[in-house]
Design a protein around this ligand. Structure first.
Ligand SMILES: Nc1ncnc2c1ncn2[C@@H]1O[C@H](COP(=O)(O)OP(=O)(O)OP(=O)(O)O)[C@@H](O)[C@H]1O
Length: 207
């Protein structure tokens, strides 16, 4: 599904990674690991097409993503470590807005049911800025239950989640992988027991 070919990234005269190559197939999950500043977020942003690599190529289904970025974007769901949730809107409004922008359908009842399943009962209609960090993260993650993207790129998705939140997210990962999706993520969470086929990519801090 995804192929990273000899990708190099230099930031502030520091080479974060050089000639990096790997691939990710349908049904696979890969965890990018490494110390703070190693370049994990930079790598995810390059793969998502938000930043350019200094060298190398990103291919999705055999085609360079820059050749037809719109088609690639339809297959991609990216959630950054900043949640991307509008603090002034309510949880319900955030989900509704996101669905409209991406052209996905879900009726009112479906959205409320989902927010409830994610532990947000009674909090659906208050501004997100009044929610806790973990509750805000849950609002951001609702997108994982409402999209048709095959490739998920997630930067620290477990941040601020409690044990129940972590379990819910892991279950959703399993379902996505079983449906032929692929996941590339950064996390400090140990996923090896949950995902026996987990691939890992370790980035070192290069001086
Ligand atoms: N837009 C930018 N301009 C200049 N330097 C940047 C930019 N973005 C990132 N960097 C630098 O690139 C390096 C890697 O940053 P990055 O955010 O990719 O690391 P990370 O591995 O995700 O770190 P963390 O674990 O702390 O989230 C850092 O030294 C950072 O200062």
């Amino acid at each position: 599904m995804l192929e990273i070919k000899s990708v190099t990234c230099v930031k502030q005269d520091r080479c974060l990674f050089e000639s990096l190559s790997f691939s990710l197939q349908a049904g696979q999950i890969m965890q990018v690991e490494g110390p703070n500043g190693a370049g994990k977020t930079s790598l995810l942003r390059i793969i998502a097409g938000f930043a350019r690599a200094d060298e190398g190529q990103i291919c999705f289904e055999g085609q360079d993503i820059s050749r037809d970025y719109d088609t690639f974007a339809e297959s991609l769901l990216f959630i950054g470590h900043k949640t991307g949730v509008n603090q002034q809107l309510t949880a319900y409004e955030n989900v509704q807005y996101w669905l409209q922008v991406h052209g996905y359908g879900a009726d009112e009842e479906e959205i409320y049911t989902l927010l409830g399943q994610l532990g947000l009962v009674g909090l659906e209609d208050v501004p997100v800025r009044t929610l806790s960090a973990g509750q805000q993260r849950r609002v951001a993650l609702v997108r994982l239950w409402l999209n048709k993207a095959r490739l998920w790129i997630l930067d620290e998705p477990f941040t601020a989640l409690d044990k129940k939140g972590v379990a819910l997210l892991q279950q959703q990962f399993e379902s996505h992988l079983a449906n032929g999706g692929a996941i590339l993520l950064t996390t400090h969470q140990d996923l090896t027991t949950q995902f026996s086929s987990l691939k890992t990519l370790a980035l070192e801090y290069r001086h």
